[in-house]
Design a protein around this ligand. Structure first.
Ligand code: ADP
Ligand code: MG
Length: 607
């Protein structure tokens, strides 16, 4: 076959506007670097296609070196992106570069002029090849197709709507894109700048990408391998590649699905400390190994953002904005799937190795609780492995805890009562009183625990959660058969006791009540009404409608206690004061001058 070199031709691209490129430049100002992402993506596609054809036997030549190279000529002010992929014939240039690109441009301009929010339209529109004009005064293509008898082709365009197509100079199969960088974009003539962009987007692509003689993607993407062949160490090393100098992850999940969408990835569980740091290292989203974003908020469920790692799916479109991604039905399915997988994995570890699970619980509990509060689907699964720790240090699942305590902790109306403390130190006395009754108290002192309690309470039938100091123990779990012996005091005596106590306390937000409790309980007990306290807590965290609830402390006078009985006779104000102060101490409410006065008075008693 005799092949003639291409005759020079010039032509006009049939678009209705002369000024596509100024629009592209201006509108994409903040995102100029994506030109490189687009050109390398094209180079990768061309290389991928060639290896595919080769594997099918449709290309029989040598594949040779498939490295994609980026080079900068500072003097000539050019950037060249070059690949050894399948190249283009002149026909293909006419079809794919002139027609497709420029008809795309037309559509772009149309949409741009209609869109209210330019960012929105830009995000949704893949600029592809001609994003090159974002940084270039002129763009050249030198290409030679792999096809037998193909001749090299040279295409140039200066950003107007006319192009030149002529015989090219390329001698090896593949394509070079030469950008003549415009004066406003000279920052991109710095190799380091380009290298950073390349490392950001192409760290894990399947063909070597080289700049300044250095390959920027030496590490293979672990998520592309079959999980069965990967050692623990590899997962850990890969984690360090993603997040250098991080603490070891706790464990990880290898995601691998073909149907109903394709998705691969590895999610790591990092150690999550007491609270949630929004600036932590985040999940990286990839499409065919090309980085898309680590701004995954609203794409994956919020609680999953506490995890780290990589998600890769060709079903996540490359050239779209975040607002588009959020409403994309594939993306929704994907996030539902990941949620399920994560829950399944946790359940698996829980079932296979309860000890390991308990060991790591402190580190993952925040994640699990956050998930349960915010994601119904996750709740349904996590219900089985949520661990609750009692003040005795033992871990229970919800079901185990109920089995263990329901017998003792069901009140006369058949309500199951869960007793908890949010501060085992401050509420020690109350815990002890409950333990003495044979009750088990849960330690709920985590960052999200007060939210979780509200949530669990709504889910659990005929149950009530009560903080251990929210009432006296007989009232927390009221029993028919444990009626206290009636107090020996009559009504006038009780009234005079109350006024005696009110007289020794200066503040007003106290309410006194007499109550027949056990003799072994303190003479005076302060309780904090569960409902009022929760309203106050909700207010503090921004809920509750802004109404400020003054918290009234209820002070219970134990009319079965000898000290109170004696006081009813003696009406000794000093003793009353001492008893109140002791009660305040148990709640860590005795402070400052009052505390000093109490100590001095008490020391005085001993002298
Ligand atoms: P897309 O990549 O979405 O198809 P582009 O505007 O990026 O859109 O590219 C248009 C077409 O130009 C590609 O589909 C491809 O046929 C051709 N092309 C672009 N770059 C190359 C390249 N480096 N090698 C071979 N063909 C290319
Ligand atoms: Mg492209």
């Amino acid at each position: 076959m005799i092949t003639e070199p291409l005759q020079k031709e010039q032509g006009n691209i049939s678009v209705n506007t002369e000024n596509i490129f100024p629009i592209i430049k201006r509108s994409l100002y903040s995102d100029h670097e994506i030109f490189l992402r687009e050109l390398i993506s094209n180079a990768l596609d061309a290389t991928q296609k060639l290896t595919y054809l080769s594997s099918k036997g449709e290309f029989e030549g040598e594949l040779g070196d498939l490295t994609i190279r980026v080079s900068v000529d500072k003097d000539a002010k050019t950037i060249t992106v070059s690949d050894n992929g399948l190249g283009m014939t002149d026909e293909e240039v006419r079809q794919y570069i002139n027609q497709v690109a420029f008809s795309g441009a037309e559509e772009f301009v149309k949409k741009y002029s209609e869109a209210k929010d330019s960012k929105d339209i830009i995000g949704r529109f893949g600029l592809g090849f001609y994003s090159a004009f974002m940084v270039s005064a002129q763009v050249e293509i030198q290409t030679l197709s792999f096809k037998e008898g193909a001749v090299p082709v040279h295409w140039t365009c200066d950003g107007s709507t006319s192009y030149t197509l002529e015989a090219g100079s390329r001698v090896e199969r593949g394509t070079s894109i030469i950008l003549h960088v415009d004066s406003e974009s000279e920052e991109f003539l710095e190799e380091i700048r380009l290298k950073n962009i390349l490392s950001r987007y192409f760290k894990f692509v399947g063909f070597p990408v080289e700049i300044g003689g250095e390959v920027i993607n030496p590490v293979a993407p672990i998520w592309k391998k079959a999980p069965s062949g990967i050692e623990e160490k590899e997962y850990q090393d890969f984690y360090q590649t993603l997040y250098p100098y991080s603490e070891e992850p706790l464990f990880w999940i290898h995601l691998n699905i073909d149907h109903p969408f394709q998705l691969t990835g590895v999610l790591y569980f990092p150690k999550i400390k007491k609270d949630i740091d929004p600036n932590r290292n985040r999940i990286h989203l990839y499409s065919r190994q090309v980085f898309i974003t680590d701004e995954v908020k609203d794409i994956v469920p919020e609680f999953l953002m506490l995890l780290q790692g990589v998600i890769d799916s060709p079903d996540i479109p490359l050239n779209v904005s975040r607002s588009y991604l959020q409403s994309d039905s594939n993306v929704k399915k994907i996030s539902g799937y990941i949620t399920r997988k994560v829950a399944d994995k946790l359940l698996e570890i829980f079932k296979q190795d309860r000890e390991k699970f308990e060991d790591k619980w402190e580190d993952i509990s925040l994640f699990v609780k956050y998930g349960m509060i915010t994601d119904e689907k996750f709740y349904e699964k996590a219900e089985k492995f949520l661990l609750l720790k009692s003040t005795s240090g033992k871990y229970y699942t919800l079901e185990e805890f109920r089995d263990f305590t329901a017998h003792a902790q069901t009140d006369k109306d058949q309500n199951y009562v869960v007793l908890y403390t949010n501060d085992a130190h401050k509420q020690d006395l109350y815990i002890k009183t409950a333990n003495d009754k044979g009750y088990e108290v849960l330690l709920m002192d985590g960052f999200l625990d007060s939210h979780l309690i509200g949530h669990l309470e709504r889910k659990m039938e005929k149950s009530r959660w009560a903080r251990i100091d929210s009432d006296t123990i007989e009232k927390l779990i009221e029993k028919e058969d444990t009626e206290q012996a009636q107090s020996e005091l009559d009504e006038p005596q009780k009234e005079s006791l109350k006024s005696l106590f009110s007289g020794v306390i200066s503040e007003e937000n106290f309410r006194f009540e007499t109550r027949a409790m056990g003799e072994n309980q303190l003479p005076v007990v302060i309780i904090r009404n569960e409902f009022m306290r929760r309203m106050k807590e909700m207010n503090a965290s921004g809920g509750g409608g802004g109404f400020d609830f003054p918290e009234t402390l209820d002070i219970m006078l134990n009319t079965n206690h000898p000290a109170i009985l004696k006081l009813a006779e003696s009406q000794n104000a000093e003793v009353a004061k001492e008893l109140i102060d002791l009660a305040l101490l148990t709640q860590d409410l005795l402070k400052g001058k009052d505390l000093t006065a109490f100590i001095q008075r008490t020391v005085g008693l001993l002298g």
